[in-house]
Design a protein around this ligand. Structure first.
Ligand SMILES: Nc1nc2c(c(=O)[nH]1)N[C@H]1C(S)=C(S)[C@@H](COP(=O)(O)OP(=O)(O)OC[C@H]3O[C@@H](n4cnc5c(=O)[nH]c(N)nc54)[C@H](O)[C@@H]3O)O[C@H]1N2
Ligand SMILES: Nc1nc2c(c(=O)[nH]1)N[C@H]1C(S)=C(S)[C@@H](COP(=O)(O)OP(=O)(O)OC[C@H]3O[C@@H](n4cnc5c(=O)[nH]c(N)nc54)[C@H](O)[C@@H]3O)O[C@H]1N2
Ligand code: SF4
Ligand SMILES: [Mo]
Length: 740
């Protein structure tokens, strides 16, 4: 036995960024505890954090590249794997051109030290005409409204939960997710604290979630109707003369336009559609306006729905109109210690931001922020003709589970001439690849979160060195991405010099910071994400600017303080963050308000009947942590939640099985009867369905669950953003025998 060593480590699994203490002996993680001294999380953790050792040791985790020969996988060396990628991509480029190549970027990209900082380089180098991501099944509506209101798609204001006196959560369940576009350890603890200091917490959700159970009030809402509720709140604010623009009053365009547009949306006009009494809506508006401070926060339930853009916009509008924007206790912009490549001005928008620059080939839907809906990918692969997709690169993604109409994608992928996956497992998607290029495990690489600090409730930073040395022959994912980017440019394997590409990338970023690349380069004898992070910190708001600001922060400052450095709560920043052409906050972007006609039509629509929504669980992480035994033990979690009155009407028994049918497909799942659901709405978690042949996830395959995206019709999108609608899908439900 070698002596036990203890390592401090930030958990990379979600936005809570918890500090952990890992005990390691004989090359294995023997214990994981919370780090009570962590400057950011102060000892908070969830059960997933304790499984980083399992993920690292998982025998199914890929440690060498795989190349497929027919239906058989062959483990190969890195040189052979890269040469095969080059050959595959060069073939497609020669036969069909760049238009036949695309990529899909999955969620773990954001949480990975090297992918998060280099995915932008890959995108820039590859120059692919189309790109897909998990973003269009997630926060695209919020990206769109932030782009139009503030001038940047990642300028997303976050609720100051630590100081607010009134928190309204719509379509988010931090009890499971631990916060999303809201980085804050222990959100539920913050909810307790709001109530303990005499404040109030309201949760608007079709399900009485674990978060709603902690709140003062749960307001069930018909899925997809948050925009109508919020518009009625805006209506009341104007009608009762409760509008107070607060500190941003002089920074606003469009207040009168909002006033004019809210007129038809009285509480009475929306009550039946939302299933919320008009009196309740009026009271909510008064409470928000009267609270000493209030933060209205909307998350995925307000995005992946029929009116995602309007709801995302109105969340911010309500905060603005009640003086709760850009001030403590309201919605505020985070202030990262280190800037993120993603938040730099987008070169594509240099001559102004435009929408609908091109349309998807098959369905003809317009691009928004450079992407079309992920649900288009299957048809772009399957439909012959000029521009047909023949090559796909997936990066940390599993769209066969996470994309709407996933059966069509599963069926289309085998037709690709080249599919390359940068992924650590053979999941439902990567099993179709020709080459799989695995990254290092989280514990084999350093960590310092990138984009997540953009919406953190405090400014802070934490450096985690690798716990285990990376195996000598293994490239990091930033090197993999750089190579793939180069092959897409038409460079051949033998000619790619990763180091010089990286030096060029770094020099460009240094120049963009107004510094001399040669002088800055002289500070380093290494490249990659660690060098980039040092630049991000040193040219960030607290940085030393390479000596120009003596005493300023550098990466070394964080290495010297392994529990992290806290730099305080959010501060008003709207004046520096807003970069719209007018220099002001656009409270009523025409592109967004144009969608109000569709919302008015919704008010006149007959009830949809039974609809389904998604949910998350604390012990899952989208589609990919079901291979950890301790996280899938216990009773089955992939169940259909049904309200008792619906169950009785439909003849469903608790523990029996139900067949759920939508226009897109059908699944069967065990029934869990619960008053957690509002009547008329059923819920199934997302991220399951591991019973596919060829998947190499031995634990997950024994707990497969079903894929709820088999029910999501590909054409259901939030029209302005193209974001998928995976909540509020009409379904019928019927029993299929007992316990079968
Ligand atoms: N019905 C429904 N569908 C949804 C949602 C919903 O709420 N309901 N949510 C949507 C949302 S918000 C998201 S973000 C997407 C998620 O969808 P995706 O991003 O497509 O899938 P994930 O399950 O997050 O992860 C994909 C894969 O990343 C790999 N991976 C994990 N860590 C690493 C790493 O460090 N490096 C590499 N290279 N690979 C790694 C794992 O093998 C995993 O299978 O799903 C969306 N789909
Ligand atoms: N444990 C765990 N943590 C995660 C993830 C995970 O899979 N597991 N995924 C991560 C990712 S990628 C993301 S994007 C975040 C998401 O984080 P959250 O946004 O907090 O996601 P959910 O927990 O799915 O909560 C969404 C809620 O929206 C409700 N809802 C559905 N439709 C509507 C509607 O029309 N209106 C309203 N008001 N509510 C609605 C659902 O009932 C559900 O309670 O979580 C992240 N964190
Ligand atoms: S809440 Fe859990 S998964 Fe998220 S960072 Fe903390 S320990 Fe990791
Ligand atoms: Mo997500």
């Amino acid at each position: 036995m070698s002596p036990t060593t203890t390592h401090l480590r930030t958990c990379p699994l979600c936005e809570a960024m918890c500090g952990l203490r890992l005990d390691v002996a004989d090359g294995r993680v023997t214990r994981i505890r919370p780090d009570g001294d962590d400057a950011w999380s102060h000892g908070y953790v969830c059960p997933k954090g304790a499984t980083l050792g399992h993920l690292h040791e998982d025998p199914d985790r890929l440690r060498a590249p795989l190349v497929r020969d027919g239906s058989r996988w062959r483990e190969v060396g890195w040189d052979e794997a890269f040469a095969r990628c080059d050959e595959l991509l060069a073939g497609v480029l020669a036969r069909h051109g760049k238009q036949a190549v695309t990529a899909y970027i999955g969620n773990p990209t954001v949480h990975n030290f090297s992918l998060s900082r280099y995915v932008g380089l890959f995108i820039g180098m590859a120059g692919l005409p189309t790109l897909y991501s998990a973003g269009t099944v997630d926060q695209w509506p919020k990206n769109l409204t932030s782009q139009l209101m503030y001038g940047s798609m990642w300028a997303i204001p976050t609720p100051d939960v630590a100081r607010t006196q009134y928190l309204m959560v719509l379509g988010g369940n931090p009890e499971a997710s631990q916060g999303s576009l809201l980085a804050c350890p222990d959100v539920l603890g913050q909810i307790d604290a709001i109530r303990a200091r005499g404040g109030k917490v309201v949760v608007v959700d079709p399900r009485r979630t674990g978060t709603a159970a902690k709140a003062d009030e749960w307001i069930p809402i018909t899925p997809g109707t948050d925009a109508a509720l919020l518009m009625a709140i805006v209506h009341v604010l104007f009608a009762e003369d409760r509008v107070d623009l607060g500190d941003v009053a002089d920074l606003l365009n469009g207040v009168d336009e909002v006033r004019a547009r809210c007129a038809p949306f009285s509480p009475e006009a929306v009550a039946a559609t939302c299933a919320i009494p008009a009196d309740t809506i009026r009271r909510l508006a008064r409470e928000i306006a009267a609270a000493p401070s209030a933060a209205v926060y909307g998350r995925i339930g307000t995005c992946t729905q029929e009116f995602g853009t309007l709801a995302s916009w109105l969340v911010d509008v309500v905060n603005v109109l009640t003086g709760n924007f850009d001030r403590p206790g309201g919605l505020m912009f985070g202030k990262p210690v280190a800037w993120s490549v993603a938040s730099l001005p987008n070169p594509e928008h240099a001559s102004g931001f435009t929408l609908h620059r091109w349309r998807s080939r098959v369905r003809g839907v317009p691009e928004v922020l450079g992407q079309v809906p992920l649900a288009c990918l299957a048809e772009e692969i399957a439909t012959p003709g000029d521009g047909q997709i023949r090559a796909l690169i997936t990066i940390a993604g599993n769209p066969v589970i996470s994309a709407p109409a996933s059966a069509a994608l599963d069926a289309a992928l085998p037709a690709l001439e080249a599919m390359i996956s940068v992924d650590n497992w053979l999941n439902e998607t990567t099993r179709h690849a020709h080459v799989v290029l695995p990254g290092l495990s989280a514990l084999e690489q350093p960590h310092f979160d990138d984009m997540i600090w953009l919406w953190a409730v405090r400014s802070a930073g934490k450096w985690s060195p690798a716990v285990f040395p990376p195996p000598a022959d293994r490239p990091a994912e930033w090197e993999i991405l750089t190579r793939l980017g180069a092959y897409c440019m038409g460079m051949r394997h033998a000619d790619v010099d990763v180091r010089s590409v990286d030096d060029g990338f770094f020099a460009a970023l240094v120049t963009a910071q107004g510094l001399d690349p040669a002088t800055v380069a002289a500070h380093y004898d290494h490249g990659g994400p660690e060098r980039l992070l040092d630049l991000q910190i040193r040219t960030g708001p607290w940085g030393d600017r390479y000596g120009e600001r003596p005493g300023g922060l550098t990466l070394q400052s964080f290495k010297d303080r392994p529990h992290g450095i806290d730099l305080g709560p959010m501060v008003p920043r709207a004046r520096e963050v807003v970069t719209t052409p007018s220099g002001r906050i656009e409270l009523a972007p025409g592109y967004v308000t144009a969608d109000l006609d569709r919302l008015r039509a919704r008010l006149a629509r007959r009830p949809d009947g039974l609809v389904i929504v998604s949910r998350r669980h604390l012990r899952s992480n989208n589609s990919w942590m079901h291979n950890v035994p301790v996280l899938v033990s216990g009773r089955e979690r992939c169940t259909l939640l049904v309200h008792p009155t619906d169950a009785a009407r439909l003849g469903l028994a608790n523990g029996g099985r139900a067949r759920v049918t939508s226009e897109a497909g059908q699944v069967e799942a065990p029934v869990e009867i619960s008053t957690e659901m509002m009547p008329g709405v059923v819920s199934l978690p997302h991220g399951w369905g591991h019973d596919r042949e060829g998947v190499r996830l031995s634990v997950a395959q024994a707990h497969p669950g079903v894929n709820n995206n088999l029910l999501a019709p590909p054409h259901l999108v939030d029209v302005p953003s193209g974001n998928a609608v995976v909540n509020g899908i009409p379904v019928s439900v019927a029993p299929v025998g007992f316990g079968a």
